[in-house]
Structures are given as C-alpha cells and as structure tokens.
Ligand binder design. Structure first.
Ligand code: NAP
Length: 248
C-alpha cells in the first residue's frame, strides 16, 4: 500500500514537529521543511524512529519566502500525490519601527514569514494535491483574533481571508482548506528569549483550563482536519487556545 503523503512546513521544531509526529502515527509519510538543514535532519530521524517508522520522515531545507527554494519541495515530492499541506512555518519577527523604513521592513518580514511562506508552498503543491480528498491547513494565531501582535496579528489574519478564497476554489475538487488558530503554546522556539516567568504565568492565567498549550494539543486539531472524518469541514477557523479567546 502507498502511504499518504503530508508536507509540514516548520516541521523541524515546536508545533510542526508535533504535527509531523502525529501524522507519522496516523500512517502518513511526512516531508518536513524549514531553513536549517541540521535541525530538520535530526528531527526527521528522531520522529521516524520514535514512531517506529524509520524513513517515514524526510527533510527539505528551503526558505519558503523564496520562490526558487520552494521548488526544492516540489522536487522532493517527486510527482507523488500530496494528501495534506500543513502550512505551519512562521513566527513573530521583531524589528526597529522607529522609522518608516524600519516599519516597512518589519511589516514585510512578518508578512513574508507568515503569509508568503504559506501561499508559495500551497501554490507550488496545488497541482499535485490529491483530488478528491486533499487537505490544506494554515496555522494562524489568537493574535489574529484578538490583536496584540501588530504586524504579526495582521499577517495571521490575512491567512483567514485567503483560506476562505482557497476553500471556495478547491471545494468542488473535494479539497478542504481550514485554519487552526493556536493560543499560547510552550516548548517551541516561538518566543526565543522573549519569554519571562511572568509572561508565561499571565498567558496561562488567560486560559480557562489553567495551563499552557503543548504542540500535541495543536497537532490533534491538525490530525482531525487532515483525516477522513473531516471531509465536510472547510473554510473554518478552529481555535485551540484553552479558552483564552471565546467563540471566534
Ligand atoms: N508557540 C505559540 O504560542 C504560537 C501561538 C500561536 C501561533 N503560533 C504559530 O505556530 C506556528 C509554529 O510555531 P512554533 O510555536 O512551533 O514556533 P517555532 O518552533 O519557532 O516554529 C516555527 C518553524 O517555522 C520554520 N520557519 C520559519 N520561517 C521559515 C521560512 N521562511 N521558511 C521555512 N521555514 C520557516 C522554522 O524553522 P527554521 O528557522 O529552520 O526555518 C521553525 O521550524 C507559527 O506559524 C506560529 O506563528 C505559535
């Protein structure tokens, strides 16, 4: 039997690695994509071995803001049908916004990292998405729904509008497109050295369940959306945030 194939951007760390781990358990072959080859290779080996399926995870080093590098992913897919594209790469990019030039650079960096990565990867793989049954998932943030992240909030919110269009375009081919919007997730590289004990405590206190999210919490939602049970779910935003944002 030919395994289903998933492409997970940012799959070498944090939430993406959790998604890759979950999809290996669900029987997918997984291509993980990021910029750091060493991080990706180590993650691919570890996730495959831990899942009892060595070789199930392959790594492709590519900066997904660069159209020329996105072609590497298409080459690695090698003409196979792609069952799921999980657009998880992204993050909050800081910058000096004290000048207009700095503001422009800061906004472009956040839009590139969070929007262009998803658009270019999805468009590159669109011709080989499984028909019927393909799945596209976009990783947004509660920052898109309640603000607080400036350019990052705006960039994540842009994914929602694009997801609605893409879901409309691909629906007749039985391909679904959905957004997963995480709240605070610890144990990823997202906050770098920006997180403090007070910041962690405040984010936990903002949830209704009194804990930080883990990559596996977000992976569970992605596994549902790319699985066979979710074929009637498309054009939706699924919040996975411990109740820190309600019903949006
Ligand atoms: N952690 C949270 O609390 C939280 C909350 C809401 C939403 N999110 C979102 O969840 C997603 C995953 O974040 P995370 O928390 O797991 O943080 P993370 O560990 O920093 O993961 C981000 C991943 O994206 C990859 N990446 C970034 N820019 C890329 C590019 N241009 N091309 C290819 N890969 C790129 C990074 O790998 P390289 O550096 O090697 O390229 C990294 O593996 C992000 O979209 C983030 O905005 C996170």
């Amino acid at each position: 039997m030919v395994e289903r194939l998933a492409v997970v951007s940012g799959g070498g760390t944090g939430i993406g690695a959790g998604v890759a781990r979950g999809l290996v358990a669900d029987g997918f072959d997984v291509l993980i994509v990021g910029r750091r080859a060493g991080v990706l290779d180590a993650a691919a080996e570890r996730i495959g071995a831990e899942g009892g399926r060595p070789g199930a995870v392959r790594a492709v080093a590519a900066d997904l803001t660069d159209p020329g590098q996105v072609d590497r992913v298409v080459e690695a897919v090698g003409g196979r049908g792609v069952d799921a594209v999980v657009n998880n790469a992204g993050g909050y990019l800081g910058g000096d916004t004290g000048t207009l030039a700095g503001t422009a650079a800061h906004w472009r960096a956040n839009l590139d990292a969070n929007v262009l990565t998803a658009v270019l990867l999805t468009e590159a793989l669109r011709p080989v998405l499984r028909r019927p049954g393909g799945r596209v998932v976009l990783l947004s943030s509660i920052a898109a729904q309640r603000g607080g992240g400036g350019a990052y909030s705006a960039a994540k919110a842009a994914l929602h509008g694009w997801a609605y269009d893409l879901a409309t375009q691909l629906g007749r081919e039985q391909i679904t497109v959905n957004v997963v919007s995480p709240g605070y997730v610890a144990e990823t590289e997202f906050f770098g050295d920006r997180m403090t004990p007070e910041g962690h405590a405040a984010r936990v206190a903002a949830t209704l369940v009194g804990r930080a999210g883990q990559p596996d919490d977000i992976a569970a939602a992605v596994r549902y959306l790319v699985g066979p049970a979710a074929g009637y779910v498309t054009g939706q935003v699924l919040g996975v945030n411990g109740g820190s944002v309600l019903g949006r």
